[in-house]
Structures are given as structure tokens and as C-alpha cells.
Write a protein that binds this ligand. Structure first.
Ligand SMILES: Nc1nc2c(c(=O)[nH]1)N[C@H]1C(S)=C(S)[C@@H](COP(=O)(O)OP(=O)(O)OC[C@H]3O[C@@H](n4cnc5c(=O)[nH]c(N)nc54)[C@H](O)[C@@H]3O)O[C@H]1N2
Ligand SMILES: Nc1nc2c(c(=O)[nH]1)N[C@H]1C(S)=C(S)[C@@H](COP(=O)(O)OP(=O)(O)OC[C@H]3O[C@@H](n4cnc5c(=O)[nH]c(N)nc54)[C@H](O)[C@@H]3O)O[C@H]1N2
Ligand code: SF4
Ligand SMILES: [Mo]
Length: 779
């Protein structure tokens, strides 16, 4: 068997089998682990681990000779991915070996970054940061958490410790340039911003996908390794895939039908689908009916959104809208799934909400083949009954008064909070695994803001566009030098799965939880030399305390007794062990025979499959009523804004983004095998527009928005709709002071110079990254 990549992956039909309960599979554990000693013999060893790079959680088979990587390919025995990997999976080797990856901390001296010891680095943080906190207060500091935080359980577990130690209300993350609308709509609908239902890919008969391109992205808010194979399996079993996208993507090419939509039009179009279902008497609530509130209010609220009324705003003709609504209602099971294209727009929360409305009205909420809630095995059993509901706006940003959502402020507001003088002006920033200089809207302003800070501390493996402004950079270990467990994504997964990967090589520097712990001790005033064990004990006590509190199976047990049962592991893994043992599938520290613990996962290096998703209503709900609030007041109120947008003029080109399978946001362009070949950072332009604007393929165009201009190479293609131009994000390398030789030689241009930080989706605070009005002229 050869390595499976891309479209040669398995089909989902083979995946959707019986529940496979854990079997001790000692025979396939690594023959020897090189960890813990210099490998004089350079013995060949095989290791199985989960790829940490994207949400798909593919299993990798890593062959080592001593500390050197010999080969990485898909793990054919992985219970979830069955050998599938994409071209990025094997580049863990290149990331591990990358000479530009920082092995030691850097501090900036006279404008130049120089290597220092860890002790010197933390002393420098103390010297630079504490006076700023003392002079301006904790509210003058902020944290930005980037995307890799959710791909790294040490960061997921320890992030809170840093936030608490810093004591700042100013929390920003990549969530508000991404999926915050999904959290907000789930918050209002289900009372829980984390209760995000996913399309039950392996069992659905009809998938309506809007603004997602899993053939390049490998899926998002829907963890499904070999997403392409699972889509093909829908078709192979007689189902239908409809893709709604302004661009003919690879996913659109695979689809049975591709509908071209006007960028930003999804909320209006979904409202029209719901309108047709309601007015044509197609409503069938199915088993969820007993848990749904607000169905009667939807008819009047959505009345203005007839297929005719939304046609100009969506470019979709009314007959097609009616037909799709009828198809959804008639399908034995159907799921509607929206991602970046529906979230990072002005009506992101509305689109997320209306996705779920269409699903609920057709009886597809919480049933196999519809939208279902995963239940990560590390999560506690749901506690049935009403909850406290979902509130936003408990605090507001200083400059524009944007409400907090899920405890975060919109990252679109970060730059102005740094550059606008006055009480509460941000003077200190800590970034953890983020590159806001390339990922956030209005980069010109963001970079000016980063340069303007009194102090910037970054936990990051690269000297890149953001960290070049840093006073101190603290690099994490290589991806092979840490253990891995997908805490975040097993909660968004199309099957309930668990897979743990031990570290393969010894870290050369500090573990990431030690970096965070020491930073937390510095910012809480305990000194650069304080023992990180203080923080480790506190974090562990917290999770043990919550395990023995309440009325769960461990109620009343002694935390110290439980701690004594934990293995001799890294601090983050000890916390993970508690979570796994006290989760719904856990061994409850010996109380449940055969229950899950970390040893069992270690003995099953290809993972354990806990089966297909199961209905979760009403237990997943945390609304005050204990019911699904289909017509929650803030959501219905937002419809007036949506209705007012329907008559906006449609002339003039708009910019959208795109992803390519060989890229990963802004940070993997330093891997030669991923960037070689034809330049991918091009402005895609429809042939008719190219003629009108005097552009030629291979020429260059100047693109101007309300906030900036970039000059990009032109790619003429009818894959984009007329009046739509597309430029990928995450490029624009080559900045002075960075240390990324490969990326800087393949710089590309930064599309976020064009995105406008002053426009957000008000309910979620999410930035608008798609549908940006631009003018395009030959450069
Ligand atoms: N125009 C436009 N902008 C976009 C998007 C878009 O579609 N269009 N997409 C948005 C989305 S969905 C997202 S999620 C954001 C991403 O926004 P960010 O998270 O800010 O950006 P990334 O490019 O993912 O940068 C990740 C950073 O983490 C570092 N890193 C990688 N691994 C680790 C690690 O293990 N530990 C630590 N400490 N650091 C690590 C990398 O070196 C890099 O600096 O970008 C958003 N920006
Ligand atoms: N290769 C690769 N994989 C990735 C990443 C990456 O950068 N590269 N990033 C990861 C991250 S952080 C995320 S969040 C996910 C994102 O995962 P996806 O959302 O699947 O990725 P995108 O390619 O951004 O897909 C968005 C699609 O929306 C379309 N679109 C733009 N505007 C609109 C609109 O108004 N309406 C509709 N209906 N469609 C629109 C675009 O043409 C594009 O095809 O990918 C993850 N995986
Ligand atoms: S699809 Fe995602 S998880 Fe799978 S190999 Fe590629 S980057 Fe890794
Ligand atoms: Mo993302």
C-alpha cells in the first residue's frame, strides 16, 4: 500500500461502522522510544501521532532514526483518518528541522533581536513589562491568542492561568477573525456558545454547504479527516452535495450543484430558504419538536425575505431558492453547513443562526444525518435542566464601545485600542501563537499599533511580521517534542474519537506550559526566578477541585488521593489525564472498570473510536428556558439590519479570500516543499472583468479598498464570478527584521491591507474579511 494523500483517501462508508470499544493493542506500540537519551545507536523507531496542523486530526506514522526524522506518512491504522493525509502532514519534519525555527529566546537590543538564555528572557520580561503594568494598571495590557492555541492542549489548558495572572479584561483572539458568529448564534439558540452542531457527514443524504472549501481547508468546525472522501461517499450512497460559493472551488467542482452567491449574501438567502419552508407548509420539526421554542415567531420575522426580495442581494434566482428549500425538506436527512464565507461577513451571526433554523424546520436538528452535537470524551456528562443562558456586553471596548462576546473583544478593535490615547490605552501586549500583523484586518494600522506599544512579548517559534516588533520572543518546542491531544477538535468532530500522541523527541528548550507558567509568575509579580511548579500545582488543583466538587461520580473524594494516582507525566498531560479520567467515558479514577484513561490511549496509538454521534437534546441546552430559542430576541432584532441591506447597490467589484491546501494561514510559508512551484498568491479576476479593467493574465493589478492598496499578480480565471476578485490571506512576507528565509523569498502580498477594521458583525464582534468593496486597475 502506498501512502494516501489528497483524494486517494478512504471513503466514509468504511468509517461509519459499529462502536469500537478500546482494545489493548500493545503489538503496534512503538518498538522503542528515543526520548530520554542520546541515541548513539540511531535505532529506527516508528511512532504514531496526530497531525496538529489543522482541524482534521489525521493520524501520522513517523519513522525516526535516533532524533532524525526519516519519513512521515499517513497512519493507515488510525481509527479516524485511515491513512489520509494532506501535503502539510509530512512537513512536521521540515518544521522540526527548519533552521529559522527559534530554539532559544530572543530579546531586542538596539533594534536587533539577539539570543539569550531562558533566565535572561524572563528577567527581561520582568524588567520591561512590570513598570508598564505598575504605571498604567492591568487594564493597559492585553493578550492576543492565535489559532495554534486550539491545536495544542498545553496552551488550551494553560491559557487561562496567564489571563488570570495578568488580570486584564482585554482578551483578543483569532476567534473574531473566524468563527465567533458561530459561538454567538449557538449562545443565543442553545444557551452555550460552545455547543456547535456539526453536519453528520457520514450519514447525511443531502449536504448544503455554504462558504466552505474543505477540499483545500480539510474542514473547519467539523472535524473529519478525509473530508473529500466523506463528501464523495455522500454521492456514492445516492445523496446530494450542493455548494454555495462565489468561486468555483475544488469543492464546488466535486458538488452535484454549485450556486454562485453574491459575497455577503448568505444570511439573506438562508432567510429566504426558511421563508419558503414556512410559507409552503414544509415544516416538519421531527423529534426535536418538544425542545423548540419560537417556531411561530419565525414566520412573521422572516416574511420580508421572499426569494424575490433576496435575489439582487444573493444573485440566486427565486426558482432555484424555492427548489433548494423543497429539496431540503424532502430529503430523508439533510444538513446545512456554513464556514468562513458565511461567518466573516457583516451578517455572520445571522447566517449561522439561519443555518440552524433551516435545519430545525426540516426536522434535521439533533438527528443522525442532520446537524448533531459531538461530545468529546474528555467532557463531563451533560447536566440536564435549564442553564444560565448566554449574555454578551458585560464589558465594552474603550474606543468604540463594542460589547464583549464570550469574554473577548473584537480583534478588529485591537489596533485602535493601542493607538488611541486616553485612560485605559493599551500599552502592553502578549501574543500567544498569533500573527495579528498578517491575520487581522487593516494590517497597516495593526503594524503601526504593534510598533507603538511600550512592550510586546510573544510566545512564538518564528521571528515573523508580528514578533519582529517584540521586546521578547519565547519559542515553543518543535511539534515533535511535545505530546498532543485534540482537546478542542474532538468537541467538533463527526465521530467521538480519542487519540493521544506522546512526544517523540526531547524538547531543546522549555515546554510550552513552563513558558506560560513562568510568564504568569512574572506578570503576577512573583519574579522571573519563581518556580513554575507553583502554577502547575494551581492548574492541577483547579481541575481536581472541579472533579470532586458537585455531585459527579468523584464527589467527596480527596484531590490529593487522586493526584497521587496520576502518572509521571508533563504538567499539561497530568491535567489532561484528569480530564480524560473524569470525562463521560472516563475510568473515574478506578470507579468505572475499563473506562478511559491516558494509559489506555497510550496502549492504543491509532486512537479509540467511541462511535457515531448520538442525539444530545435537551441535555446540551443551557438556555434559561431549557429549550432551543429559535427566535431569540437579539437574533430576530438583527433582521432589520439584514432587511435594510437587501436594496444596496450591487455594482463594483468585491474582494473575497481563498485557501490552498499547501498553505496554513500565515505561518507555514517557510516550508520549501509547500511554497515551491507556481506562485499562489495571485489576484483571481474573471475574464470579462479583466477585459473591462485592462488586466492580463500574468500582469499586475493595483487593488484599492477603503483602507489600503496592494499590487498583486493577476490570474485570469472564470472560477471567480464576475465582479468578484479573490486574494488569499496570510502572505506579505519579506518585512524587515524577520527571519524566515523561505517565506521571505516567496513573499506574496498581504490581503489584510485591504480589509477594513471598522466594520464588524455587531452581534459577535467578528471582522468582515469577505465581500470587501475594492477598485482594481492595472499596476
Ligand atoms: N483576510 C483574511 N484574514 C484572515 C482569514 C481569512 O480567511 N482572510 N482567516 C482568519 C482565520 S480563520 C484565522 S484562524 C486567523 C489566524 O490568525 P493567527 O492565529 O493570528 O495567525 P496564524 O497565521 O495562524 O499564526 C499563527 C502563529 O503561531 C505561531 N505558531 C505556530 N505553532 C505554534 C505553537 O505550537 N506554539 C506557539 N506558541 N506558536 C505557534 C506561528 O509561528 C504564527 O506566528 O487568520 C484570520 N485572518
Ligand atoms: N490549506 C489550508 N487549510 C486550512 C487553513 C489554511 O489557511 N490553509 N486554515 C484553517 C483555518 S484557521 C480555518 S478557519 C479553516 C477555514 O475553512 P474553510 O471555511 O473551509 O476555508 P475557506 O477556504 O476560507 O473557505 C471559505 C469559502 O467561502 C467562499 N466565500 C467567500 N465569501 C463568501 C460569501 O459571502 N458567501 C459564501 N457562500 N461563500 C463565500 C470562498 O470563496 C471560500 O471558498 O481552514 C483551516 N484549514
Ligand atoms: S489535513 Fe490537516 S491534519 Fe490532516 S495531514 Fe493535512 S494538515 Fe494535518
Ligand atoms: Mo481559522
Amino acid at each position: 500500500m502506498t501512502e494516501r494523500t489528497g483524494r486517494r483517501g478512504h471513503r466514509a462508508g468504511e468509517v461509519a461502522g459499529e462502536v469500537m470499544w478500546p482494545v489493548l493493542d500493545v503489538g503496534s506500540t512503538p518498538d522503542a522510544a528515543p526520548i530520554g537519551g542520546s541515541n548513539v545507536m540511531a535505532e529506527r523507531t516508528t511512532h504514531f501521532r496526530t497531525c496538529p496542523l489543522c482541524e482534521a486530526t489525521c493520524g501520522l506514522e513517523v519513522t525516526m532514526e535516533g532524533d532524525a526524522v526519516v519519513r512521515i506518512r499517513g497512519d493507515r491504522d488510525d481509527v479516524f483518518s485511515h491513512g489520509f493525509i494532506c501535503p502539510k502532514g509530512s512537513t512536521l519534519r521540515q518544521l522540526h528541522e527548519d533552521p529559522d525555527r527559534l530554539r532559544a529566546p530572543l530579546v531586542r537590543r538596539d533594534g536587533v533581536h539577539v539570543e539569550v538564555t531562558w533566565d535572561e528572557a524572563f528577567a527581561e520580561v520582568e524588567r520591561r513589562l512590570l513598570p508598564v503594568l505598575d504605571a498604567h494598571g492591568r487594564e493597559a495590557s492585553a493578550v492576543y491568542l492565535g489559532n495554534p492555541n486550539v491545536h495544542n492542549h498545553a496552551l488550551t489548558i494553560y491559557g487561562r492561568a496567564l489571563l488570570m495572572a495578568l488580570g486584564t479584561p482585554n482578551i483578543y483572539s483569532a476567534s473574531t477573525v473566524d468563527q465567533m458568529p458561530r459561538h454567538a448564534s449557538s449562545g443565543f439558540l442553545y444557551g452555550n456558545g460552545l455547543a456547535i452542531p456539526v453536519p453528520d457527514l457520514d450519514r447525511t443524504d443531502y449536504l448544503l454547504m455554504l462558504g466552505a472549501n474543505p477540499l483545500e481547508s480539510n474542514g473547519s468546525l467539523c472535524t473529519a479527516p478525509d473530508f473529500p472522501g466523506r463528501l464523495e461517499a455522500i454521492q456514492a450512497r445516492g445523496g446530494r452535495l450542493v455548494v454555495v460559493d462565489p468561486r468555483r472551488t475544488k469543492t464546488a467542482e466535486l458538488a452535484d450543484e454549485h450556486l454562485v452567491i453574491r459575497p455577503g449574501g448568505d444570511a439573506a438567502w438562508l432567510a429566504a430558504l426558511a421563508n419558503v419552508i414556512l410559507t409552503e407548509g414544509l415544516v416538519d420539526l421531527g423529534d426535536a419538536a418538544a425542545h423548540l421554542d419560537g417556531v411561530d415567531a419565525l414566520g412573521p420575522a422572516l416574511a420580508p425575505f421572499t426569494p424575490e426580495a433576496v435575489e439582487a442581494a444573493t444573485w440566486i434566482d427565486p426558482a432555484t431558492t424555492r427548489r433548494i428549500a423543497r429539496e431540503l425538506a424532502a430529503a430523508p436527512t439533510a444538513a446545512v453547513y456554513g464556514r468562513m464565507g458565511t461567518n466573516t461577513v457583516e451578517f455572520g451571526t445571522a447566517a449561522s443562526w439561519l443555518t440552524d433554523v433551516v435545519v430545525a424546520l426540516t426536522g434535521n436538528l439533533d438527528r443522525p444525518g442532520g446537524l448533531m452535537w459531538p461530545h468529546g470524551v474528555h467532557a463531563k456528562p451533560h447536566t440536564p435542566g435549564p442553564g444560565r443562558g448566554f449574555r454578551t456586553g458585560r464589558t465594552h471596548t474603550r474606543v468604540r464601545g463594542y460589547p464583549e462576546v464570550k469574554g473577548e473583544f473584537p480583534v478588529a478593535a485591537l489596533a485602535e485600542e493601542i493607538t488611541t490615547p486616553g485612560e485605559g490605552q493599551l500599552r502592553a501586549l502578549i501574543t500567544v501563537a498569533g500573527n495579528p500583523a498578517r491575520s487581522c484586518p487593516d494590517s497597516t494600522r495593526m503594524e503601526a499599533a504593534l510598533a507603538d506599544l511600550d512592550v510586546l512579548v510573544c510566545i512564538d517559534p518564528y521571528l515573523n511580521e508580528t514578533t519582529r516588533h517584540a521586546d521578547v520572543i519565547l519559542p515553543p518546542p518543535s511539534p515533535l517534542a511535545r505530546s498532543h491531544y485534540d482537546l478542542a477538535f474532538y468537541g467538533l468532530s463527526v465521530r467521538n474519537v480519542a487519540n493521544y500522541s506522546p512526544a517523540i523527541v526531547e524538547p531543546t528548550g522549555l515546554r510550552e506550559e513552563d513558558i506560560i507558567a513562568r510568564l504568569a509568575l512574572v506578570v503576577s509579580g512573583q519574579g522571573a526566578g519563581a518556580d513554575p511548579q507553583i502554577v502547575h500545582a494551581m492548574v492541577l488543583d483547579g481541575v481536581l477541585g472541579s472533579a470532586v466538587g458537585g455531585d459527579g461520580p468523584l464527589a467527596g473524594r480527596d484531590p490529593a488521593e487522586l493526584a497521587a494516582q496520576l502518572g509521571d507525566r508533563s504538567p499539561a498531560d497530568r491535567v489532561l489525564e484528569v480530564m480524560l479520567r473524569t470525562g463521560w467515558a472516563g475510568d473515574q479514577f478506578g470507579a468505572v472498570d475499563g473506562g478511559l484513561n491516558l494509559e489506555l490511549l497510550e496502549a492504543n496509538p491509532h486512537g479509540i473510536d467511541f462511535g457515531a454521534l448520538t442525539p444530545q437534546l435537551p441535555d446540551v441546552l443551557r438556555t434559561v428556558t431549557g429549550r432551543v430559542e429559535l427566535a431569540a430576541e437579539p437574533l430576530v432584532a438583527d433582521l432589520a439590519r439584514l432587511a435594510a441591506s437587501l436594496d444596496r447597490p450591487t455594482d463594483g467589484p468585491v474582494l473575497i479570500g481563498r485557501r490552498h491546501v499547501r498553505s496554513n494561514n500565515s505561518w507555514m510559508h517557510n516550508v520549501e516543499v509547500l511554497v515551491k512551484g507556481k506562485a499562489r498568491c495571485t489576484l483571481q479576476v474573471h475574464p470579462a472583468d479583466a477585459d473591462d479593467w485592462g488586466l492580463v493574465d500574468g500582469g499586475s493589478a493595483s487593488v484599492t479598498s477603503a483602507v489600503g492598496t496592494v499590487v498583486a499578480p493577476v490570474e485570469v480565471t472564470d472560477a471567480v464570478a464576475p465582479s468578484v476578485v479573490s486574494l488569499p490571506h496570510g502572505w506579505g512576507h519579506g518585512a524587515q527584521g524577520t527571519r524566515m528565509a523561505v517565506a521571505n523569498a516567496h513573499a506574496g502580498v498581504n490581503s489584510n491591507v485591504l480589509t477594513d477594521g471598522s466594520i464588524i458583525d455587531p452581534l459577535s464582534g467578528n471582522a468582515v474579511l469577505n465581500g470587501i468593496p475594492v477598485t482594481v486597475v492595472p499596476a
